[in-house]
Design a protein around this ligand. Structure first.
Ligand SMILES: [Zn+2]
Length: 143
């Protein structure tokens, strides 16, 4: 089976400020972050596309517990964003004070930050080894 957009390529694009996804040629829906098959219909007839990077906050949380080795980062705001193309994407919201976030955030328009921070993967997410350098995390700002 052929991967139209590997996680590695998705990550590489993120670091350059591009949000990539997959468009299904059968049902027309989008999948982001990339998966092996369309998240709507399961088809593998997919093509890699640039996502607009705009959407609305569906829910959020503030993390006060750092991943291993990332104590300096907390607290930070994690948002679940419904992209305009449909899929939900988790990322960090950077232009808000994590100590002052409240439910007013839900429904707010956000956009993928072109100038994003590249954050090293934590020990858990990279399986305890340094794989392919650092991972990029989608970062959002208010639109
Ligand atoms: Zn589909």
């Amino acid at each position: 089976m052929e991967y139209k957009l590997t996680f590695k390529d998705y990550n590489k694009a993120l670091k350059k400020g591009h949000l990539m996804g997959l468009k299904c040629n059968d049902c027309g829906q989008y999948t982001c972050p990339p998966k092996i098959a369309c998240q709507e219909c399961g088809s593998t007839n997919l093509e890699a596309v640039h996502m607009k990077g705009t959407g609305k906050v569906v829910t959020y949380t503030v993390s006060y517990v750092p991943a291993e080795g990332r104590d300096a980062e907390v607290p930070y705001t994690i948002v679940m964003v419904q992209l305009d193309e449909g899929p939900w994407l988790m990322g960090n919201l950077t232009d808000v004070d994590p100590n002052r976030v409240d439910t007013e955030l839900i429904g707010k328009s956000v956009k993928f930050a072109l100038k994003m921070k590249v954050i090293p993967g934590d020990a858990y997410s990279i399986g305890g080894k340094e794989a392919e350098g650092s991972f990029a995390r989608p970062t959002f700002v208010f639109a």
